[in-house]
Ligand binder design. Structure first.
Ligand code: COA
Length: 295
């Protein structure tokens, strides 16, 4: 079985649902988007393709006998604390076509893409159960992340002192991603502001200007997955120390609560887990693997 890998076209977008969630094909759009994300809807996938290409990334699909059976989404990760690198954001092979070399072919294309762009490494955080797959392809665990959560108070009212509200156009370009989700920072930034498919609540963003708070200035994006729940994404000028992360984490909880958000998730490097605990966060995981392939 030979897979042909090529850049995705607009007319492939209708097929993404068959790769990710074929069982939802006949369901209402709202349900497809809620359960499967962008991949559940053709128009949302078109948005996704534009977002990738606008950020210098690419989406490749794999075809077997003219059927689209897998996809890989790659991005420059220029804001990574480990240094600039390329990043596999999503890799998915349709059930029934797994274990036949399709995933290997897709990652092979991602590697070529990253090399041609001049990157020295291609990284990813694997889905649970797929670390072994990446290991077979030569990826090694080079770092570990942690996930944490805080229940912010019910403060309401105005934002804490020393911060100013920022908007979509205040892109934190050239900054580093100190904490965030498992996606490169600018991808999350633009998705948070412009994705109207899977997000129903506007993000909230602040620049923290007070140097007493986490060594500012730094930028906080509260990417809301519900009215009162958000993932916190933190952009900094340099790699923060643990004391700075602790101060930032407190400010994140305060800013969230001032915006009526009472549950905040955060993902960052494991070395910061203690700082998060000291700031009152519950650490949910300390074993999220970060994999890297040297190119
Ligand atoms: C993980 C996934 C992309 C692998 O794709 P695939 O087409 O099934 O993988 P391949 O057939 O190309 O496998 C390549 C090699 O990895 C091995 N492999 C595949 N899945 C593996 C796993 N889960 N654990 C260990 N080894 C694995 C294969 O045996 C093969 O080894 P070999 O060529 O040396 O014999 C696919 O199973 C998938 O889409 N899973 C669900 C989504 C997911 O987990 N995505 C990863 C996102 S980060």
């Amino acid at each position: 079985m030979k897979a042909v890998v090529r850049p995705a076209r607009r007319d492939d977008c209708i097929n993404f649902i068959d790769i990710h969630c074929p069982e939802l094909r006949r369901h209402a759009r709202k349900e497809r988007l809620a359960k499967c994300g962008w991949w559940g809807d053709e128009e949302a996938c078109v948005f996704l393709l534009r977002l990738y290409r606008g950020l210098g990334g690419e989406v490749f699909v794999a075809e077997v006998s003219n059927e689209v059976v897998g996809e890989v989404e790659v991005l420059p990760h220029s804001d990574c604390l480990l240094g600039p690198r390329a990043y596999v954001n999503v890799l998915w092979v349709k059930e029934g076509f797994r274990g036949k070399g399709v995933g290997r072919a897709l990652v092979g294309e991602a590697v070529e893409w990253a090399r041609n762009k001049g990157f020295e490494a291609l990284d990813t955080i694997p889905e649970e159960g797929s670390e072994g797959f990446y290991g077979r392809l030569g990826f090694e665990r080079v770092a570990t992340q942690c996930k944490a959560m805080v229940r912010a108070g019910e403060a309401g009212g105005k934002a804490p002192a020393g911060v100013r509200g920022v908007h979509a156009q205040d892109v934190p370009a050239g900054m580093l991603l100190a904490a965030g989700t498992y996606r490169p920072g600018l991808f999350t930034w633009f998705a948070a502001w412009f994705d109207t498919f899977t997000r129903r609540h506007h993000p909230i963003a602040y620049e923290v200007t007070d140097p007493e708070v986490g060594g500012g200035p730094w930028v906080l994006l509260l990417d809301r997955f519900s009215r009162r729940g958000a993932s916190a994404v933190v952009f900094t000028r340099g790699k923060p120390g643990c004391g700075e992360v602790e101060a930032m984490a407190r400010a994140v909880a305060e800013a969230a609560s001032a915006s009526g958000i009472n549950q905040v998730f955060i993902q960052t490097w494991r070395e910061y887990a203690g700082a998060l605990r000291r700031a009152g966060y519950s650490v949910l995981r300390v074993d999220v693997p970060w994999l890297s392939l040297r190119l």
